[in-house]
Design a protein. Structure first.
Length: 210
């Protein structure tokens, strides 16, 4: 029975450690993606929207949601640090009470220590619930921010392509249209400047009469 309990206790510790590492990795990933998307979109805003972007409000809202993701992730990280400090302080107090109860042999001290541990467990659950809320809202914010960035870039790229096609069409329409090739025009010009046979001067021969 004791071996089974130790097995489940060890398994529970592994799950807790894995959950902690996963939560830390999730926070780091959110911060990395949101900060990278925010920096790149600000640096290459002209390439995303062109010289005269349309729907700039989409880009502004995207930046707002990405910034909110950063704030939520950083707040969750600070909240996690504070929760760990409180947990360590609470456990230290419980251990001190247990040591006093063991040295004095008083049952009341042991009961108080057990009661404090129950309060610590309840506090830990509340903190974990708040941490999950921070991560959940940060995940929603980064999804909305990235989606708005994609929509903004897609609309502006499509508009810039259509404007470029219209510009090329208008420029080609303004070019003069020549009906004949160059070598034919040169031939016509040469033929018009060459005098005809009828216009050439005739030689008149004067014969003397004897």
């Amino acid at each position: 029975m004791e071996n089974t309990r130790d097995f489940f206790a060890g398994y529970q510790k592994q799950l807790s450690d894995g959950l902690l590492k996963s939560s830390e990795a999730f926070d780091k990933t959110l911060i990395l993606i949101s900060s990278g998307a925010l920096a790149l979109s600000m640096a290459f805003v002209e390439k995303l929207g062109g010289e005269d972007p349309i729907y700039p409000s989409l880009l502004i809202f995207a930046w707002a949601f990405l910034g909110a993701t950063l704030l939520l992730s950083l707040s969750a990280h600070l909240y996690s640090l504070e929760a760990h400090r409180k947990s360590i302080s609470s456990i230290d107090t419980i251990i001190d009470r247990m040591d006093v109860a063991a040295s004095m042999g008083e049952a009341t001290e042991i009961e108080e220590a057990v009661s404090m541990y129950g309060g610590h467990v309840e506090m830990t659950r509340r903190l974990e619930s708040k941490m999950h809320s921070f991560n959940y809202f940060a995940y929603i914010a980064i999804c909305i921010g990235i989606l708005l960035l994609i929509i903004f870039a897609s609309l502006n790229i499509k508009t810039n392509e259509s404007n470029g096609q219209r510009t090329e069409t208008s420029q080609s329409a303004l070019k003069p249209k020549l009906s004949k090739p160059r070598h034919q025009r040169d031939t016509v010009t040469t033929s018009t400047t060459t005098p005809s046979a009828s216009q050439q001067p005739k030689e008149v021969s004067i014969k003397s009469s004897r």
